[in-house]
Design a protein around this ligand. Sequence first.
Ligand code: ATP
Ligand code: MG
Length: 240
Amino acid sequence: MNQAAIIFQDVNYSAEGLHIIKNITGFFPEGKITTLVGPSGAGKSTLFKLCNGLHSPDSGEILIKGKPIDTYNPIELRRRVGIALQSATMIKGSVLENLELPLTLQEKTIDKEYAEELLHDVGLAGDFLKRNAMDLSGGQKQKLSIARTLVNKPDILLLDEITSSLDRVSQHDIEELIEKINKKYGTTMIWITHNLEQALRIGHFTWVMMNGELIESGESSILENPQDERVKQFVKGEIE
Ligand SMILES: Nc1ncnc2c1ncn2[C@@H]1O[C@H](COP(=O)(O)OP(=O)(O)OP(=O)(O)O)[C@@H](O)[C@H]1O
Ligand SMILES: [Mg+2]
């Protein structure tokens, strides 16, 4: 069996009387790219918030690198588990100031060479550092957002629909750079996507969630040959 970066053991989570995550037991293999798919409202983004400690389970246990999540201090957890979102939110200021943000919060500054290396990792030229972050294109903002999550060298990177608002060329660029970072740093990636072709193309492993449950998980080829009736309907596009 693969080593697990994250293990869920019978995890439940509710908010405002709604049972959102239901008895989830499963794992995300270490150093691999797992794609996480499922209809809107399935609980995918909520699952991410459980992985980075923003929410705590009502019952069950989450292990990060073999250790219960509640034994990490919050700063350590945030360093180890990074997250990038569809919106790629920027603060007013330069690319450098945006890249530095995770360190500014720790009252540190970024080394210029390291900043250039991170930009290089995401396919942006070093002279971008001086540019105004607000002037970047959507694809460039997403690259910068990914570079920013790399500043603390996370073991695990959570990607929530990071290419959903991008054109095909930028989508392809981001896919390539995620694969490159996965290989270069051995970062465990978990990627939520609505695009099933992308999930199959980029994923080594896949989770299919529906209505708060983990319905199927395994090698991404499960998307080509699902066993569960509900997943069969979902991959045919009969469930949004
Ligand atoms: N804080 C909250 N309080 C109440 N309900 C919530 C809360 N957060 C999420 N939900 C509900 O939980 C369900 C799962 O939401 P979640 O955002 O995890 O879904 P998702 O799978 O990421 O969907 P999408 O693909 O549309 O992003 C939804 O019905 C949502 O309305
Ligand atoms: Mg979501």
